[in-house]
Design a protein around this ligand. Structure first.
Ligand code: HXC
Length: 257
């Protein structure tokens, strides 16, 4: 891995992926994205991992797709290369992913953060979809996910002007879970990850699936999906352990089975 660093089990059941192209503000080149896809796939299959944190550095989460590597491409080059297919792994990952964002989260960087399940932002974080300024538009979900998160008018303004929003605004609009001082953003992501890692991994997986289903379905279909997953949770040993522990007034010990 050249452009990302993976620390498996940085804390119990938590793995950290750090982008490592600091000179290019972590621009998301095809190679970086294939490394990210491979890392996510491996961590998703590793039963000891319960939560994944994705981060950049203090200056940049990621300043977008790599403009220099795209600049002279034709539409057919883009189509045949289909480099954005690697992005699909992020949304296919079954374990929860928390983006810990400081500095620039622009273009593909903003889209990547929004594809994660939760976002912890440092007070220096800046979110934006500046593609319009280089003659294109968001291509990895920005027009869709930003609109669902912020509503039409705010998303339209950001996408059509390329203007950035601050961490504080992002929190006000519900784009991020919370904003903390820059020296604490990673620690805050660890705290959130640790809370989730204590829960039953089976229930977490079923719950994540159900929340995500709400973006894809009518209320009636979503409710039906949720109910099926709720019933399925009763097939797990973790459900028995969780409910017995409650009755016996002790902490549950979830095994992910
Ligand atoms: C390639 C990039 C880059 C990018 C920064 N760099 N962003 N290289 N692709 N997206 C490089 C710069 O060329 C420069 O390299 C170095 O990183 C430092 O950047 P500076 O511009 O010198 O830093 P600064 O003045 O602090 O400005 C920071 C910035 C600016 C505001 C973030 O770099 C910027 O506007 N970047 C582009 C943001 C953007 O348009 N993103 C959307 C990309 S399109 P050198 O070698 O000169 O030192 C996109 C489409 C997604 O994401 C589609 C689906 C995947």
């Amino acid at each position: 891995m050249e452009f990302i660093k993976v620390t498996n089990q940085i804390r119990e059941h938590i793995s950290l992926i750090e982008f490592n192209r600091p000179k290019e503000l972590n621009a998301l080149s095809p190679q970086l994205m294939s490394e990210l896809r491979d890392a996510l796939l491996a961590l998703d299959q590793d039963e000891s991992v319960r939560v994944i944190i994705l981060t950049g550095n203090e200056k940049a989460f990621a300043a977008g797709a790599d403009i220099k590597q795209m600049a002279d491409k034709s539409a057919i080059d883009m189509l045949l290369q289909d480099q954005f297919a690697t992005w699909d792994q992020i949304k296919k990952t079954r374990k929860p992913i928390i983006a810990a964002v400081s500095g620039f989260a622009l273009g593909g960087g903003c889209e990547l953060a929004m594809t994660c399940d939760m976002i912890i932002a440092s007070e220096t974080a800046l979110f934006g979809q500046p593609e319009i300024k280089i003659g294109v538009l968001p291509g990895a979900g920005g027009t869709q996910r930003l609109t669902r998160a912020l509503g039409k008018v705010k998303a339209m303004e950001m996408v059509l002007t390329g203007k950035f929003i601050s961490a504080e605004e992002a929190e006000k609009y519900g784009l991020v879970n919370r904003v903390v001082p820059v020296e604490l953003y990673l620690e805050e992501a660890f705290k959130l990850a640790a809370e989730i890692a204590q829960q039953s991994p089976v229930a977490v997986r079923l719950a994540k699936e159900a929340v995500l289903r709400s973006f894809e379905s009518s209320l009636e279909e979503g409710l039906y999906f949720e109910r099926k997953n709720f019933y399925l949770a009763f097939a797990s040993e973790d459900q028995k352990e969780g409910m017995e522990a409650f009755i016996q007034k002790r902490k549950p010990d979830f095994k992910g089975r």
